[in-house]
Write a protein that binds this ligand. Structure first.
Ligand SMILES: [Zn+2]
Length: 216
């Protein structure tokens, strides 16, 4: 059954003249789960550790009121298929960030207005479109695995072409990358944890999820 829920929209006005104005979804009061999926509803086995819902992130500030992982439907289904493949090999996924509402991108940008670390909200990040994920690997017992650096580590050790790491770490990065690419994602050179969905493009969204009702 398709459930719909009312979304609390942020009516934060965009700065005048931003390039994204025509690329932002029109304000809508219905949140249709045929367009968005909360990942936990299709695979409760995928772990969540959404760092921007905690102070354990590079800006040391809680940016989400509550940790919920929403993605565009096709993107969520692709992540579920990645999880299925990894399960067969004794691994699983832990999500570190999913869809990130545009108002949150502005908060991040206002704290760190440096395009090397934060996407300019006037252009928007793939996370603002609901088509990017930050994730890492866990083992069959659900224990997070060493991937060489923490999430949001801004240095060459996090690059895909950095090879001065233990063999097991390099093998895990390769496993994650190959599995993500198989299911329609592409990697980014400087962040082992970031993947963007390539099969479809989506507009930037300002939708902010509610913290009560859990999508019911
Ligand atoms: Zn990312």
């Amino acid at each position: 059954m398709i459930k719909k829920l009312t979304i609390l929209w942020a009516f934060t006005a965009l700065a005048a003249g931003t390039a994204t104005a025509q690329d932002i979804e029109p304000v809508n009061t219905l949140f249709d789960t045929s367009a968005w999926i909360e990942l936990v509803t299709i695979d409760p086995g995928i772990q969540l550790d959404l760092k921007y819902a905690t102070t354990d992130n590079f800006v040391k500030e809680k940016l989400y009121d509550c940790p919920r992982c929403f993605l565009r439907s096709d993107v969520a289904m692709a992540v579920r298929n990645v999880q299925k493949d990894l399960r067969r090999k004794g691994y699983g996924l832990k999500m570190l960030d999913c869809y990130r509402p545009l108002p949150i991108q502005w908060k991040l940008w206002n704290k760190v207005p440096d395009p090397r670390y934060v996407a300019d909200p006037r252009k928007g990040s793939m996370h603002n479109r609901g088509s990017a994920v930050d994730l890492t690997l866990v083992d069959a017992q659900g224990k997070e695995l060493d991937m060489g650096t923490p999430f949001d580590f801004f240095g060459q050790e996090a690059y895909h072409d950095y090879t001065n790491l233990p063999k097991e770490v390099l093998a895990r990065r390769t496993l994650l990358k190959e599995t993500m690419i198989k299911h329609g994602f592409r990697s980014t050179r400087t962040e082992w944890w970031h993947y963007s969905y390539t099969k479809r493009s989506y507009p930037i969204s300002k939708m902010e999820w509610p913290c009560d009702g859990k999508g019911k």
